[in-house]
Design a binder for this molecule. Sequence first.
Ligand SMILES: [Zn+2]
Length: 117
Amino acid sequence: MDKRKKILCQFCGMSLFNTSKTCPKCDSDIEDQYHSTTLTVDVAHNKETVKQAIEKLYQVIETNQIMKHRQIRIIVGSKMIREEVMNELEALKRGKAIFDFGLDGKNSGALLIRMEN
Ligand SMILES: [Zn+2]
């Protein structure tokens, strides 16, 4: 892998190099974020509007082109955000940007995106 790629800390959004072991801002373990198979992102509990939630979704998917998590769990919270996110995911699936998605088990407040087959 290309060393010294810019990545974002998944907890605080700080931009840093992927060679960092911990985030200088929030001290979270970057290697841990980097190697886990499932990335969890909350797009709904910071009073996000639907538009902001969708922007976050795209940001996460873009970041994942470097991070390469196999699954992304999106915490969608409200029904309104969930429906819009699902619409976007449907389009991304058609465009083959993601492999598949669905509800995270019986938890309707979260969606699970499969990035690869
Ligand atoms: Zn951080």
